[in-house]
Design a protein around this ligand. Structure first.
Ligand SMILES: [Zn+2]
Length: 231
């Protein structure tokens, strides 16, 4: 298969990248700069794609849309990044309006233009609570739209839709994913904060798989408190 991967440089999409490569796919990794606070994930994406795995990396710069789409803690830098468990109601502050809908639409156009036959993204079960455009109903509907909306009947592939984050970490360990090069934190400082939703979710997932996240965190223990508070 020839696959355009919506690629953030984070843990989930990097595991999906390595999964696609292990299946023999030809991969174009498409990273979006949408003015996110945690822009350093873009650097992670670029770096990982330079690791001589035969991945073509492209950057889609959509920063000019930020003034129109600025809503939520990822793109409105005046808002604080909420701390706590990923599935909490307060994490809705991290929703960027229709982000995956927009990215998948652009990725579909890129697939057609560059001669690829499917688009993949790494939505997973833990995203369902907060992000509508990661849910199974969205994946099914979007897949239909992408196939109907292109002569090439571009496929949408989201193999992690029903996987928990811990299952993705486990798969990543099997595939020797360079977790130390990935970036997940929403806070966008020099070190991952360990307190935002995505840091908490990531540290919890590593713990559940009895492996250690190789990243150095500002606060490596807060996630336990957040997970307890959620129970
Ligand atoms: Zn963080």
């Amino acid at each position: 298969m020839k696959t355009v991967l919506v690629y953030s440089g984070g843990l989930d999409s990097t595991v999906l990248l390595y999964h696609l490569l292990s299946e023999g796919d030809e991969v174009l990794a498409l990273t979006f700069d949408y003015g996110q606070r945690h822009r350093r994930e873009v650097n992670s994406a670029a770096y990982i794609c330079c690791l001589d795995r035969g991945v073509e990396w492209k950057l889609a710069d959509i920063t000019s849309l930020r003034p129109l789409l600025s809503k939520g803690a990822q793109t409105d830098h005046s808002l604080p990044v909420p701390e706590g468990h990923y599935s909490e109601e307060g994490m809705k502050a991290t929703v960027s309006p229709a982000r995956n809908l927009i990215m998948l639409s652009i990725a579909t156009g890129v697939a057609v233009a560059q001669g690829y036959n499917r688009v993949a993204y790494a939505a997973h079960a833990g995203d369902h609570a907060i992000y509508p455009d990661c849910r199974p109903g969205f994946v099914e509907a979007m897949g239909y739209v992408m196939a109907e909306g292109t002569y090439e009947e571009i496929d949408l592939w989201a193999p992690f839709t029903w996987k928990a984050k811990a299952d993705i970490v486990k798969l990543g360990v099997e595939l020797a994913v360079p977790f130390h090069l990935t970036w997940s934190c929403y806070a966008g400082r020099d070190l991952p904060c360990g307190r935002c939703g995505t840091c908490v979710e990531r540290l919890e997932a590593f713990d559940l798989t009895h492996t250690t996240d190789p990243l150095t965190y500002e606060d490596r223990e807060f996630w336990r408190t957040a997970v307890e508070a959620k129970k």
